[in-house]
Design a protein around this ligand. Structure first.
Ligand code: GRF
Length: 210
């Protein structure tokens, strides 16, 4: 499949995908001059900036986004540090083919600053969620999660580093599983696995044995 990665910041998840040989055909950033764009350039991936500050109207912004995706014949989308909600029209056009990474165990701590929210709440486990994107905010069907413990006395910086490491491990694996057709979203929003229980177990065993 031809993948687009939507970015807006450091691009560490984009880098993890490129290092895992995910077939990324296009990178789109909603911000100018972010490190993610330098990563795309370094890997010779076509990259576009759709400056959210220049196009204020959400519908018009997403229309340009869809035009770019269509022009590059994009079939699937991974959001990684893209701090914008897709409009209903975009979600509809790519339903079941857009995924996002969120730095908490959803449905806990949706929205901004999720690592900080979990840390301040005092939970002992948080983690990373990969989910299909729907019209809501961090509400789409959950594909897979990776738990991360918060040790007593641990610093926020240490937790952030562990969350990022978990993202970089989990996200490329899930994108590859989608690429291989192992995972689908039904029209009713159910996550379906095209693998036997034994295959799922062995795949997950590999995923969690770090
Ligand atoms: C990640 O922590 C992701 O969970 C959140 O935004 C961050 C993006 O980081 N949605 P990066 O740009 O991939 O380094």
């Amino acid at each position: 499949m031809r993948w687009a990665v939507l970015v807006g910041g450091t691009g560490s998840n984009l880098l993890a995908m490129l290092q895992a040989d995910v077939p990324v055909s296009l990178v789109i950033s909603h911000r100018r001059e972010v490190p993610a764009l330098a990563i795309a350039a370094h890997h010779k991936i076509v990259a576009h900036v759709l400056d959210a500050k220049a196009i204020r109207d959400r519908e018009r912004y997403d229309e340009e986004l869809r035009n770019l995706l269509t022009a590059h014949q994009i079939e699937a989308i991974a959001m990684a540090g893209y701090m914008r909600w897709l409009t209903e029209k975009t979600v509809k056009a790519y339903r079941g083919r857009v995924v996002n990474v969120h730095p908490s165990l959803l449905p806990a701590f949706p929205g901004l600053h999720a690592v900080d929210q979990a840390y301040r709440h005092g939970v002992r486990w948080t983690g990373v969620t990969i989910h299909f994107v729907d019209e809501g905010q961090d509400t789409g069907p959950i594909i897979m999660q990776m738990p991360v413990p918060i040790r007593p006395g641990e610093s926020l910086e240490s937790l952030e580093a562990k969350i990022h490491a978990a993202e970089h491990r989990l996200y490329p694996e899930i994108v590859w599983a989608l690429e291989r057709g192992w995972i689908h979203m039904s029209s009713g929003g159910e996550v379906l696995w095209d693998l036997s229980q034994k295959e799922v177990e062995s795949w997950m065993h590999g995923l969690y044995s770090v």
